[in-house]
Design a protein around this ligand. Structure first.
Ligand code: ZN
Ligand code: ZN
Length: 359
């Protein structure tokens, strides 16, 4: 097992001891991969004080044995928890830490049937806690993904112009990312132009770009399991006065958000630093979402740069900074970078230009 994974398990076992938990059941693909190295879709990872067991089925056992070094792989068919109980992997009255955010009611019932006398605690937050701070191996992958996503932007602005549809842009972006190391899109891409840009999470359509359209493009890929996330807004043909104004305000807010990032600053303070710029310019009501989120094995991870999150930033966290202004009937602007929190500030990993580009 590599040192990174060994360290993750050590930290998790410390949290298990602190929480009075004898066994942890990881069910989400992200946590299973993070702790075992298995990258398939269907497995439960059972972690005890001394061992880790990957409960999967015959479709995945060979792959699991190759990927999950140091983990005991069990072909448990359709009865994972029953097999774990029969094999006495965990004593009947042990206390389990369950991943309540992802464990379905059906699986919970099956688990309870297999371990009727077990204790249970919610353990989602403790399970994911280690993932907040990225190690060197994770950072190398994230940097590679962010760089490929920058390249996709440089490529796509050369393909854009009046008459090109939103769908065509989204397709070309996905093809480019897959062609440059991504296993797939990080999320359904957002390509929205003109008045459609007023919807922060709109999906692309066959609408053609028209002269004067602000066009918001939010996209990213999955690279060796890790997500990239990127937004730029460009203007088609020429930019009117209002487009230029809301672009300039959004960019100033984005830079203020980045400037606020450093260890010890709370997520809500970072959000407020950017939001204040937009409020002062009179567009506060049009910035309708949080400033950003962490990302890694999932596109949205904890903590998030939101007014509701009091978590203090720490070196090694990787967050997006993505303020926006969305005006119904007119259009929208969003600018999004990925930033790494460093010992005394933040390093912006995204390198694509941020001045308003006319395509
Ligand atoms: Zn995004
Ligand atoms: Zn994002």
């Amino acid at each position: 097992m590599n040192d990174y994974r060994q360290r993750r398990l050590t930290l998790l076992r410390e949290r298990m001891r602190a929480g009075g938990v004898d066994a942890v059941l990881a069910e989400s693909a992200a946590n299973v991969f993070y702790l075992s190295g298995f990258s398939g879709e269907s497995a439960s990872l059972l972690i005890t004080a001394a061992e880790q067991y990957l409960l999967t089925d015959a479709r995945y056992t060979l792959r699991a044995q190759a990927e999950a070094e140091g983990t005991i792989v069990i072909d448990a068919g359709k009865n994972r928890y029953g097999v774990a109980a029969t094999a006495a992997l965990v004593p009947p009255e042990a206390v389990w830490g369950l991943e309540e955010e992802v464990l379905t009611l059906a699986r919970y019932a099956a688990w309870r049937q297999a371990f009727p006398r077990a204790g249970e605690k919610h353990f989602s937050a403790e399970l994911a806690a280690g993932r907040q701070i990225k190690d060197a191996e994770e950072l190398a992958i994230l940097r590679r993904g962010v760089a490929a996503t920058d390249d996709a932007f440089r490529y796509i602005i050369g393909e854009m112009g009046a008459g090109v549809t939103e769908n065509a842009i989204a397709r070309r972006l996905e093809y480019f990312l897959r062609d440059h190391g991504a296993s797939g899109p990080a999320f359904p891409f957002i390509v929205v132009s003109g008045t459609r840009g007023a919807t922060p999470h709109g999906t692309p359509t066959d609408k053609a770009l028209a002269v004067g359209d602000l066009t918001v493009m939010d996209f990213g890929g999955v690279f060796a399991g890790y997500h990239s996330d990127f937004t730029r807004t460009v203007c088609v043909g020429r930019a009117g006065a209002q487009a230029r104004e809301i672009y300039a305000v959004t960019l100033e807010a984005q830079l203020a958000g980045i400037a606020a990032l450093r260890p010890g600053v709370s997520c809500r303070e970072a959000d407020a630093a950017a939001r204040e710029v937009i409020k002062r310019a009179g567009y506060g009501d049009y910035f309708t979402h949080s400033l950003g989120h962490s990302l890694g094995l999932e596109i949205h991870e904890s903590p998030s740069l939101s007014s509701a999150d009091a978590t203090l930033l720490a070196a090694g966290m990787v967050v997006t900074v993505e303020p926006g202004i969305y005006i119904p009937g007119f259009g929208g602007v969003r600018i999004e970078d990925v930033a790494l929190i460093t010992a005394n500030g933040a390093e912006v990993l995204t390198a694509a230009p941020k001045e308003l580009i006319i395509v």
